[in-house]
Write a protein that binds this ligand. Structure first.
Ligand SMILES: *[C@@H]1O[C@H](CO)[C@@H](O)[C@H](O)[C@H]1NC(C)=O
Ligand SMILES: *[C@@H]1O[C@H](CO)[C@@H](O)[C@H](O)[C@H]1NC(C)=O
Ligand SMILES: [Mg+2]
Length: 314
């Protein structure tokens, strides 16, 4: 009789795990469960997005809105799937990193945040059949270990065609396998696909003399979705994931103006303890390439080369 007591207690602890409080604490003291390490802080995420991401009011709003409503829902009926689009250096990878940082106690180094880079994980297009099997089993294995897993797929435009569709069953609303709840996961796709459509709209907006902040998410959802779906090198070309509407939100990243680039420069200068070097801000801003030729509105590389240029001018 006495021998079953510890087992009973353990069972009680395990089953009452999400109930927080004293049981959660006890459980977490002898477990490395991801629920224990899962410490999302929406307020810190919002603050970091506001402080470190320049010129991206749509991405800031969409990401905080979607992430907070997803996390507030105790029983989401499908995972959160965000797809980031925009030209190079606009902050897509940065925002995905900030998101990863504010979900787990151990930030991006958390074993529950998984990053995939095609050139590293899926380098040759001929091996797509093998990659499909690998990716499926990784995601399945990762979700079995932790329902709250985060999967970030960067540089989707370099993804072998047809690979990402292997995730379709994981992204839908009805997939519960064994004890794993697939619907608590977060997926982030990142690519430059759709940048032309975004660029066109932001330019039109500017030429019409309207404020950048007046661009609404709804102005870009459809066009971005369409151009990603019909672009052969988007990683999502004719993808069943788009057909089945499994992407919660397309998040557009707008091309950056010189003012935004200079804010990136100043922020990085301050981190290096040289906040007051207006000359360097000016020099780096002036050394970027801007597009289109008449007007010179948008930096072609966003804030991407800022760090190297600061070192040069400092
Ligand atoms: C989880 O994903 C990683 C890739 O990020 C993979 O190396 C690992 O084997 C996966 N874990 C399981 C249990 O499948
Ligand atoms: C498709 O996407 C790639 C990657 O962003 C881009 O370089 C290319 O211009 C796009 N093609 C079209 C037709 O929009
Ligand atoms: Mg990037």
């Amino acid at each position: 009789m006495l021998a079953v007591l510890p087992a009973l207690l353990l069972l009680l602890l395990l089953s009452s795990r999400p109930a927080c409080g004293v049981f959660q604490k006890l459980y977490c003291s002898f477990s490395d469960s991801c629920d224990c390490d899962f410490k999302p802080s929406i307020r810190d995420l919002e603050w970091d997005l506001y402080k470190n991401v320049f010129g991206q009011h749509l991405a800031q709003d969409l990401v905080s809105e979607e992430v907070s409503s997803f996390l507030l829902n105790k029983n989401p009926d499908r995972p959160l799937v965000l797809s980031f689009h925009g030209s190079s250096g606009t902050g897509k990878t940065l925002v995905s990193t900030l998101l990863g940082n504010h979900l787990y106690g151990s930030a991006m180094s958390s074993p529950f945040v998984h990053q995939f880079v095609p050139t590293l994980h899926f380098p040759s297009a001929e091996l797509v059949a093998q990659y499909r099997e690998e990716l499926k089993s990784w995601v399945k294995g990762n979700l079995t270990a932790c329902a709250r897993s985060v999967f970030i797929f960067d540089e989707m435009e370099k993804m072998p065609a047809g690979l990402i569709d292997v995730l379709e069953p994981f992204l839908g609303p009805s997939h519960v396998v064994f004890r794993t709840n697939y619907r608590k996961a977060i997926y982030v796709f990142i690519s430059t696909a759709g940048k032309e459509a975004i660029h066109r709209l932001v330019l039109e907006n500017r030429l019409a003399g309207r404020d950048r902040d007046e661009i609404k998410p709804s102005d870009l959802q459809e066009v971005v979705q369409q151009s990603v779906y019909s672009n052969k090198t988007s990683g999502l070309y004719l993808s069943s994931i788009i057909q089945q509407n499994l992407i919660t939100r397309f998040v557009p990243f707008l091309p950056l103006t010189r003012t935004h680039v200079e804010r990136c420069v100043r922020a990085q200068l301050c981190q290096r303890g040289s906040c007051n070097r207006d000359d360097v801000v000016e020099a780096v801003g002036g050394d970027m390439t801007y597009d289109p030729a008449e007007g010179l509105y948008f930096s072609t590389t966003g804030c991407k080369t800022v760090a190297a240029k600061i070192s040069f001018f400092l």
